[in-house]
Design a protein around this ligand. Sequence first.
Ligand code: 6PG
Length: 242
Amino acid sequence: MISDIRIFPTHDLLAQSLADDICELINNHAGKDSFFSIALSGGKTPDLLFSVLGKKYNDKSLWGNARFFWVDERCVPPGDEESNFRKANDLFLAKTGIDQKQIFRIRGENDPVIEAERYSEVVSDNTSQKRGLPSFNLILLGLGEDGHTASIFPGNEKLFRSGRICDVAVHPVTGRKRITLTGPVLNNAENVFFLASGINKAVMVKKILKGGESETRLPASYINPVEGNLIWYLDKNAASLL
Ligand code: 6PG
């Protein structure tokens, strides 16, 4: 169920508005007995969002109740330029001064199979449960030009039926391994914000948002929160074919 499609003139305005919305979500959650769990995606799209959060919303008190996780991670060490953790940490988290205990990094340097098991337990132990599965308060997703999201690539849709919380995936082009949250967990979130910007995403955005059943279903089209809100954040270019 799509709750809303929000289109912004520029990527910068998208990032500013999204940062405001995330902080409003966390503020509205303040005072509730539980923490606010947020799972971050990687890739390039969120970089501007992380920069805005790191500059405009770096007040530690804002994030006192937040727990940060990752939707997926490349199987590289945390200092690697490919690391999804490194970018979010350098651009945003390190600037807030929040306690390291609030940051639950996927250890890309570990053996992938062992780390998928370990991170499944970390997620299970440190998020709320709904319907027998971890339920994040907010998941930020990106969209690949091939229709992947998280690290669930075309041909790997079985990860939307996985009985695991995390699994190992393989990038179809580079062959490099990744750890990813599985589809049932992604669809168990309270809020899913899907980010896409740039003209290079326009074709895929149209396929996902306007594509008929006849088209081979693409991983991003399987994102349909069981009870949560799904909001798309698009810049004008990514939305240009809608
Ligand atoms: C990753 C992401 C992945 C990303 C899309 C879009 O680890 O790469 O989690 O799902 O969101 O590939 O990537 P860009 O934002 O770089 O286009």
